[in-house]
Design a protein around this ligand. Structure first.
Ligand code: HEC
Ligand SMILES: [Cu+2]
Length: 312
């Protein structure tokens, strides 16, 4: 009604809120008016001798029963909205929300990760199951337009994280706040939910998943670079170690000594492979023939070559 409503919870929570607010305002006005009336009507100069009353059963019953009913109705609306919020649908898409000082991160089931700056992307009209993690202190995941707020608590190993869910009913961007004072940059611990059409979401989800899978295929090379010990002599940032850096190596002109004779060549896949399988065949100018022979499988050499090619 007055504030933006963008999830299926908003109407139920608003009913509870506006009902309580309405009842409070009604009684505030009614009681104040009666007080003003009583002050004037029973002004002491006009009522030098107040009459005594024995009490009124009718009044007693009314002001016991009516407030009780009102409070029960408040409870009913609140309880209904709360139970809905706490019953997470089984078919909901799971997203892990990671919080820490002072950031939000969103991890999807296919491994895709979005930063707080990207925002939490969700499909319109589909339930989203949020698992709340914290890396340090207690944070609180709050989306006002969705009327959802729940604590992200650092859990000991093996304990289930706090969970909640929502279903967006409006396209667009909605603010995410941290609602638990968590230190210096608490007020800047901001992010947003980005609600898009289901088809658009599915497309993005599939594409991002694919891109990630390709990246993971690149990673074996990076892992080998570490595990096979290449990093000890080759940097990936352009700096010179015992051997030349891998950065920008692919495609560059290299001067090497082959069998005592100096020659120029363009670094291609074949050259890279020979350099790895037979390090002493071509010695790069300005470097000692210090590279030990490598005991690697052909597939691993391919992965290393791919990795070196990726270091532009
Ligand atoms: C102990 C140090 C050392 C280790 C470990 C080492 N290298 Fe080398 N590497 C060198 C040196 C020194 C050179 C330059 C002399 C040469 O060409 O042999 C070189 C050259 C190369 C070149 C040619 C570079 C260019 O600029 O043309 C490639 C490619 C290479 N190494 C790949 C690898 C890979 C892949 C690994 C890990 C599996 C590895 N190296 C491990 C020392 C090392
Ligand atoms: Cu926080």
């Amino acid at each position: 009604m007055w504030f933006e409503e963008a999830s299926t919870f908003a109407p139920g929570i608003n009913t509870a809120f506006y009902f309580t607010l309405g009842v409070s305002i009604f009684f505030m006005i009614a009681i104040t008016l009666f007080m003003i009336y009583a002050v004037i009507r029973f002004y002491h100069k006009r009522n030098t001798r107040p009459s005594t009353t024995e009490g009124s059963v009718v009044l007693e019953v009314i002001w016991t029963v009516v407030p009780t009913l009102l409070v029960v109705i408040m409870f009913y609306y609140g309880y209904k909205a709360f139970m809905n919020y706490r019953n997470i649908p089984e078919n909901a898409m799971v997203v892990d929300v990671i919080s820490g000082k002072w950031y939000w991160k969103f991890q999807y089931a296919n491994g895709v990760e979005l930063s707080g700056k990207d925002g939490l992307k969700v499909p319109l009209g589909k339930p989203v199951h949020i698992r709340l993690h914290s890396k340090d202190v207690i944070h609180s995941f709050f989306i006002p337009a969705f009327r959802v707020k729940w604590d992200a608590v650092p859990m000991p190993e093996g304990r289930e994280p706090n969970q909640m869910w929502f279903e967006a009913t409006k396209e667009g961007e909605f603010e995410i706040f941290c609602a638990e004072y968590c230190g210096l940059d608490h007020s800047r611990m901001l992010s947003k939910v980005v609600v898009v059409k289901p088809a658009e979401f599915d497309q993005w989800y599939a594409d991002a998943g694919k891109a990630l899978a390709q990246n993971t295929n690149d990673n074996p090379g990076e892992k080998l670079y570490q595990s096979a010990g290449c990093f000890a002599c080759h940097s990936t940032d352009g700096s010179k170690k015992v051997g030349p850096s891998f950065k920008g190596l692919f495609g560059k002109m290299e001067t090497v000594t082959t069998g005592g004779a100096e020659r120029q060549l363009k670094v291609d896949e074949v050259y890279l492979k020979t350099s790895i399988t037979n390090p002493t065949a071509d010695i790069v100018k300005g470097f000692p023939p210090a590279m030990p022979p490598q005991n690697l499988k052909p597939a691993e050499i391919d992965q290393l070559v791919e990795y070196i090619k990726s270091l532009k």
